[in-house]
Design a protein around this ligand. Sequence first.
Ligand code: LLP
Length: 425
Amino acid sequence: RPHLSLHAMDGLVMEEVPLARIAAEVGTPAWVYSAGALRRRARALKDALSGAGLDATIHFAMKCNDNLSVLRVLAAEGLGADVVSEGELRIARAAGIPASAIVFSGVGKTVSEITHAIEQDIFQINAESAEEIDMISAIAAGLGRTARVALRVNPDVDAKTHAKITTGKSENKFGVAISDAVAIYARMAALPGIEPIGIATHIGSQITAGMSAYRAAYARLAETIRELRARGLPVQRVDCGGGLGIPYRDEPAPSPEALAGAIKATLGDLGLPVMLEPGRWIAGPAGVLLASVVLQKQGAAHRFVVVDAAMNDLVRPAMYEAWHGIVPVGAARAASPLSAAEVVGPVCETGDTFARGRMLPVLAQGDAVAFLDAGAYGAVMSSTYNARPLAPEVLVDGARYAVVRERQTHDALLHGQRVPEWLAP
Ligand code: LLP
């Protein structure tokens, strides 16, 4: 994380901005992203793909971070978007990502979402079932348009990641069985309103177990593509999905070069342009969640550090037993002796626990801490549970920073609620 450094005077600094300054000026909890890290990571991925001799485009999986300014930084690096809803599609367009760089994934796109995508003439729709293909065909034909559709296949490989985020096994809801892919693709070619454009897959997220699952999946894709070609069915590109994992703790994680190498080795000799849909690898390490210590209490069994962020802000520990590094922001704290602590939020359930038995220095009320690697699946998964306003988002760029999404107000929590007149006082 070269965008984060510890200074003797300023404590934890992102690029050139002390996080203590942001905590003081913006308040906590707050999400903070490094524009420099986003750029560097986008470039590292591009370089890995071109270094392997691949003709590739990157479509940022904006489900992991849909902040407009984050998207603008990535769009300026030439990245497109992978969207999963009309909402994401509209945000991508608002961020200046051209429709011609947008791919739409998801098992349950509605009629109105498909209609919107076709009207916008996006780059590609990834269809996940024969039933959806019929829907797309009917909608496109009704509009007098042709949709470019890739078929998402489920290669039945085990990505060896958390059960809640694995997607490429046959029992998962995603894609069509690879054994049915040729027949369904042939049907796509025969339907009105559809241009079959290629094959797509995505086998899971936070993949750290090396390249074997990727290789197995891509090898099956290559086989399918050869069979399609042998039957005279055109395949113009292949979408390799996302899923590249990051080291949250110290776990070994594969490099973009390894992924590019796996793609080259399995799909390279087909001579097709490839697409990638990474999310977490780009945005995860680029962001932190800043929180402040509300109080420390000594329980019967543990020392509890209660912070002002909670599971409604960062849900990953509660939802996936995920581990996030926790670093005191102040310089003085970082140097003091460590002891085990339970780091918890104020929400009224035990699941609102960020870390158990975490070795942390002595902390005082008001001390800021940073939850690391919170740039992906952080703010986007937050809620207002316990009527807690959504935390603001901040972008750091060199020596500058800006609040790029305001803290939600308490008034906003009442927005849109109506009490029927028979309940009025
Ligand atoms: N493409 C498709 C079709 C996907 O479903 C996903 C993620 C991606 C790309 C991007 O995957 P990534 O490169 O970010 O791993 N909320 C969970 C992760 C859910 C991932 C869902 N799909 C978490 O916090 O770990």
